[in-house]
Ligand binder design. Structure first.
Ligand code: ADP
Ligand code: MG
Length: 292
């Protein structure tokens, strides 16, 4: 590609809110066969709501929600914000937790009023040796409805089943349909529950899902997708996404996301609307067509 055509292309892209940080991304984009998306904050709004909260055993609902929210008040995770918001809406008093710990990809734990409180995915309970009892089916039921299923435990006993929902962004279905029309495969990579991820992927017509990956696993998942389908673009927003953005043939960051993600990307979308991804591909094709 000539420097002039690339300049014109990147200029036109910028007018559409798509910033090419590296000129050769315009060329590499044309070779991409699969577009992999992070789920939370990229395909979805990243502002989940707590939709389900059911106490298990002889705990009281206010007692468990207060304990859970006291721990989550220390976490930066969007799930934590959703739970704390519900507790605040009910005017519950949140105690100061002690020995707070966030276990990436699993959940959080702390001591609240002398009791050991855990909140997170079922794998957190397994890891900490808490018996799941008959919870598996209740978790699966939430997940099939596209909710992220969580459990809370107090002093080693399950105390609540929690469901969190993160709505898909309004522009997401149209963006996926347009990528499909251009003959591209669309994939989703997430740390979320596998059944939840599949329910959302099915609703969106996504071709491949890699779920329950720890942050470090995203890069490996991308390599596998590349091996199967060819060159790939990855679209993400979070700190966790920076290694995947760097690994992808073209890394596309959402400009409303974290600085770390933006720094690692080749292309930055000025808005969270995923139709920017479609525009990036369209401009790449137009520029490359003019050159040949
Ligand atoms: P992603 O951003 O792709 O959803 P994360 O690694 O941030 O991946 O989270 C993966 C899973 O870990 C969540 O779906 C949830 O089950 C659990 N988790 C992480 N942080 C928390 C938290 N603060 N409270 C409850 N669960 C959590
Ligand atoms: Mg994200």
């Amino acid at each position: 590609a000539t420097p002039t055509s690339i300049m014109v292309g990147t200029g036109r892209a910028a007018e559409l809110g798509v910033l090419f940080r590296k000129g050769d991304a315009l060329q590499r984009l044309e070779e991409v066969r699969v577009v992999a998306f992070d789920k939370t904050g990229t395909l979805t709004r990243g502002q989940p709501e707590m939709t389900d909260f059911a106490v298990v055993g002889d705990f009281s609902e206010a007692e468990v929600l207060a304990a859970v929210a006291a721990v989550e008040a220390r976490s930066e995770h969007p799930i934590a914000k959703a739970i704390v918001a519900k507790a605040r809406a009910r005017d519950l008093t949140l105690a100061e937790p002690e020995a707070f710990e966030a276990i990436t990809g699993y959940g959080v734990c702390a001591r609240v009023g002398g009791r050991e409180v855990l909140v997170g995915a079922d794998r957190l309970m397994k890891r900490e040796g808490v018996a799941l009892g008959e919870m598996e089916e209740r978790l699966a039921e939430l997940a099939r409805r596209g909710r992220t299923p969580l459990l809370a435990a107090i002093d080693g006993r399950i105390a609540a089943v929690i469901g969190v929902a993160d709505p898909v962004k309004p522009g997401t279905p149209a963006a996926i349909a347009a990528l499909h029309e251009q003959g591209l495969k669309v994939a989703m990579i997430t740390g979320d529950n596998a059944v939840t991820a599949r329910a959302i992927a099915e609703e969106l017509g996504i071709d491949a899902v890699v779920a329950e990956v720890l942050p470090a696993g995203k890069v490996e998942a991308l390599r596998r997708l590349r091996g199967e389908h060819g060159p790939l673009a990855f679209v993400g927003d979070g700190i966790n996404d920076a290694p995947a953005l760097a690994e992808a043939d073209v890394g596309i960051a959402i400009g409303t996301g974290t600085d770390v993600a933006i720094e690692a990307a080749d292309v930055v979308l000025m808005s969270g609307d995923l139709r920017g991804v479609v525009n990036a591909f369209a401009i790449s094709r137009a520029v490359m067509r003019n050159i040949r």
